[in-house]
Design a protein around this ligand. Sequence first.
Ligand code: SF4
Length: 273
Amino acid sequence: MPTIIRCSSLSHYTDCPRRAAAKMFFKELSQEYGFDLTPTYTSAGAAVGTAMHKSLEAAIVLRSQGKPYAEEIKRVAEASMIETVREGIVWDDTTFDRAAGVLQATRQAHAILDVFPDLEEIAIEGEFTADLGDDFILSGHIDIRGREKGKHTIQDFKSGTVKRVNIPQYGGYSLLVRTSGQKVDLLREIYIKRVGKTKAQPAPIIQDYEPAMAENFAYAIIKQIKSDMRRFRNSGSPWVWLPNPNSMMCSPHYCPAYGTKFCKCKTKGTENV
Ligand code: SF4
């Protein structure tokens, strides 16, 4: 079985490599090496992000066909939140129930559409994959591709209470698209802040990145992941991966390794999150 490296994991690898490994290789670490990793539930932020993404994809296609899309945004956001809540979710102070999540996803999607240009040759694809050699595969789900003012763009939507830097993820997307024989001139992130439902929705922030720099960043991390995984399979030691207990995501809510044999940097029950 090939080892899958997901583009969305690349940025996390520079934050806490050990947490990223625990998430990426959860099955192998648990089943073949006996580590007592704990599955994590979807965070409220990720749930709102997923609902927003699905709504946007539906709305952008409808808008490009000149059709109304407001009702569809709400319907898709609601269906997505229902599904995530059924699977298990960790609420937070900003999104404390399903209704708040639907409202946030809906208004975030509308705020993005207010600034999102009409692209030519819109493509909303599923999964891209590329062979990385040595039985490793790079995989990624790209939000939207399309041509804008003659440039071939990859556009990614992000939502959250804090804006993070996701250059390696976009570099991975660029590698995937170019490996499939298509052009990439520009990588664009459209970030929208997730705020409490009684607060006004801030406008989105648009950030462009140059593909060559992002690809170099992604490739450096991919090489590191392959090398670390090879060393782990030889030694079985979690110390192949440096832990970062100062990470903002060092919490039992977000890290399957928290307080387990795989990472004892912090102990369950002493967390303040
Ligand atoms: S418990 Fe903290 S330091 Fe350890 S792997 Fe998880 S996030 Fe990293």
